[in-house]
Design a protein around this ligand. Structure first.
Ligand SMILES: [Zn+2]
Length: 165
């Protein structure tokens, strides 16, 4: 079976499958996050080029990924709060193989995990600007935003301006 994707073609052997947890609106569309009452605020804030995380109103802990219960004190009193978008690079890797047709012409690219400045230990996975030779765990990073589609904006991180390895 061959899946035609514009100029790209991916052949699947019998029994192979491409599975994704998020819906895909077309072969060359990026994975689109499904609407959910607990996560919609996150994607709405990125559309305005802001980064917001849920914060527990009882103990002050930031909760990410978004979920309805604080993982520190089990309170359900959570509210979105805008954060600075600064942090440090906790870990990263270079993706060399596309996991879906949309990524075929984008490899290699770097993904990583950022410790947020407001509460190290609370981490955001995201795309990372640059190549791995420029990156080191622990370097200061800042968010920027990429409008991937008319309705989806993703946070990416890059080395904080004015810093060196
Ligand atoms: Zn809490």
């Amino acid at each position: 079976m061959a899946v035609e994707c514009g100029d790209n073609s991916i052949s699947l052997m019998e029994g192979d499958s491409l599975s994704m947890s998020n819906q895909v609106s077309g072969p060359l569309s990026p994975p689109i996050p499904a609407h959910h009452p607990v996560t919609d605020f996150y994607w709405e804030s990125t559309r305005y080029h802001r980064l917001s995380l849920l914060r527990c109103q009882s103990c002050g802990h930031f909760v990410h990924f978004p979920r309805p219960i604080c993982d520190n004190c089990q309170s359900t009193d959570l509210a979105p709060e805008e954060i600075s978008g600064r942090g440090t690079l906790y870990t990263y890797c270079t993706v060399m193989q596309a996991g879906a047709p949309y990524f075929v012409d984008k490899v290699p690219y770097v993904i990583g995990v950022i410790d947020i400045e407001e509460e190290p230990g609370v981490r955001i996975p995201a795309g990372i600007e640059g190549v791995d030779s420029d990156l080191r765990c622990g370097i200061p990073m800042e968010v920027f935003f990429v409008d991937v589609t008319d309705t989806l904006t993703l946070p990416y991180f890059r080395r904080l301006t004015g810093t060196s390895v």
